[in-house]
Design a protein around this ligand. Structure first.
Ligand SMILES: [Zn+2]
Length: 483
């Protein structure tokens, strides 16, 4: 029950801090707006009832009588990050299991996202629908402490295909994925998703499924009508595709969000003109394939939220999804991957793909909730993007995919979702890591309490299950064994 008590203590602490009566004015910081506009070098903004009600240069903003004044001179403020691609609910750090999938663990992952500055997180095709809808309703109703807002997509894949060998161990017993083999089944599944009023679907096309025995990847004959039917219902479609042929196929078929980056080959002219014609959103989710930052010496930014035993496991390559230990020599494949990334990444963008932040966190402690965003953003910069563009595609652009208008920039009328930084990320994108504070809906996130919980708590599955809310739909019994 130790983990449970810690969790309750952290909840109480964050709830107490959530109460912020009256207006507050934040003055003197450099304000990065989050869209294409120039920063305000010495700004001020007013927050009332969780919203930004005025913003501008310091001295030009009307301050309500009795407002609490917070001096942020020397700091930089930017909007919170919005992550459109990750996998929530199963990671337990000392375990990775379907048994971990409880509302409390989902909340823990969203708190980790918030700790590192994310205001929203969309989990991709991996949740049982009744559970996800209820979690979303409860969070909207204010039944949880401050955390990143939970978004999810429905998931679709050929029978036994889709998620990687680890994720499928969670999604199969929970029946989280619509398994479809024919165009008719795909269309029928889309109609069920529309009936449930879910606005997003992810499908997997992947040649790795060929390696799981007789199973096949989803062919264009299935995903083309899937996409068309989804669009008829106003549903946004994400496609997981990792090689050039599959990426061409899904872009040609009109997918809205292309997921992953081709790393084993170079992009060709045919694909680049397709990208120019269709201009899909593109979540590159590259960082999971990188060597862990924990391999490069002391890294307090990451280490502060992982138990020491988990840090040691990552370094030793003892992760649930197999990864190389830090001591492993660099492989020729890794070198080839880096070269192809350097060649392909700018080509996607120049051709017209609209890059948007996603991490794929949730299947390995080496690339987990919250810190993965900062690594991913660092890669964008390393591969040629200007810091201001990196921030734009990580704050405001994701809201176009999430289809929300209340966050993503520092502007009048938006939720007061912002990060206070001790250094300027426009100078060096790594400065997004210099987090002083995170505010969600005008409330300061209690990062000290969360840090203590993340660092010490090891998942006690019995405690998680015992504390799991009984009004949540219980896990249906497993009908088929996962790979
Ligand atoms: Zn993914």
């Amino acid at each position: 029950m130790r983990g449970c008590k810690l969790m309750m203590a952290a909840w109480a602490a964050s709830v107490a801090l959530n109460a912020q009566p009256g207006a507050a004015v934040y003055e003197g910081a450099r304000l990065i707006i989050g869209d294409a506009s120039a920063p305000i070098e010495s700004g001020a903004f007013v927050v009332e009832n969780g919203r930004i009600t005025a913003i501008g240069a310091k001295g030009t903003v009307k301050i309500p009588a009795g407002a609490t004044r917070i001096d942020l001179t020397g700091k930089t403020v930017m909007p919170t990050l919005n992550n459109i691609h990750l996998h929530i609910g199963y990671e337990g750090f000392v375990s990775w299991s379907v048994e971990n999938h409880t509302p409390e663990n989902v909340l823990d992952h969203l708190e980790r996202e918030a700790f590192y500055g994310a205001g929203t997180a969309m989990t991709m095709g991996d949740q049982p629908i009744a559970f996800a809808l209820q979690f979303q309703r409860d969070q909207l109703a204010g039944r949880f402490p401050p955390a990143a807002r939970f978004f999810f997509t429905a998931g679709m894949a050929p029978p036994g295909g889709g998620p990687d060998a680890l994720l499928i161990q969670g999604t199969t017993p929970l029946h989280a994925i619509f398994e479809v083999s024919t165009p008719e089944e795909a269309v029928a599944a889309v109609r069920k998703i529309a009936d449930a009023k879910i606005g997003q679907v992810k499908f997997w096309v992947d040649n790795r499924d060929n390696n799981r025995g007789a199973r096949k990847k989803m062919p264009p004959e299935v995903y083309t009508p899937l996409i068309a039917e989804a669009h008829r219902h106003g549903i946004l479609v994400h496609a997981h595709a990792t090689n050039l042929q599959d990426q061409k196929g899904v872009v040609k078929a009109g997918v809205d969000v292309l997921v992953h980056t081709v790393v084993a080959e170079k992009l060709d002219g045919e694909f680049l003109s397709l990208l120019g014609e269709k201009k899909p959103y593109w979540a590159p989710v590259m960082g999971l394939g990188d060597r862990s930052e924990l391999c490069d010496g002391s890294n307090p930014f990451i280490e502060q939220t992982l138990p020491d035993s988990v840090i040691a496991d990552v370094k030793a390559g003892k992760t649930w999804l197999p990864s190389a230990p830090c001591s492993a020599p660099r492989t020729p494949q890794a070198q080839q991957r880096e070269e192809n990334l350097k060649y392909n990444f700018p080509k996607y963008i120049a051709a017209g793909a609209r890059i948007v932040l996603g991490t794929d966190a949730g299947v390995s402690a080496k690339y987990a909730y919250g810190f993965a965003e900062h690594h991913e953003m660092g890669m964008y910069a390393k591969l040629g993007m200007k810091p201001s563009d990196v921030i734009m595609v990580s704050t405001s652009r994701p809201t176009e995919v999430l289809r929300i208008k209340d966050t993503g920039t520092l502007a009048k009328g938006k939720r007061a979702d912002f990060i206070v930084l001790n250094a300027n990320p426009l100078d060096d994108i790594r400065n997004t890591r210099a987090i002083d504070n995170v505010y969600l809906n005008g409330a300061r996130v209690d990062r000290d309490a969360l840090r203590a919980k993340f660092k010490q708590a090891v998942v006690d599955r019995d405690a998680l299950q015992a504390s799991a809310r009984k009004d949540y739909v219980p896990h249906p019994p497993s009908s088929r064994k996962a790979d």
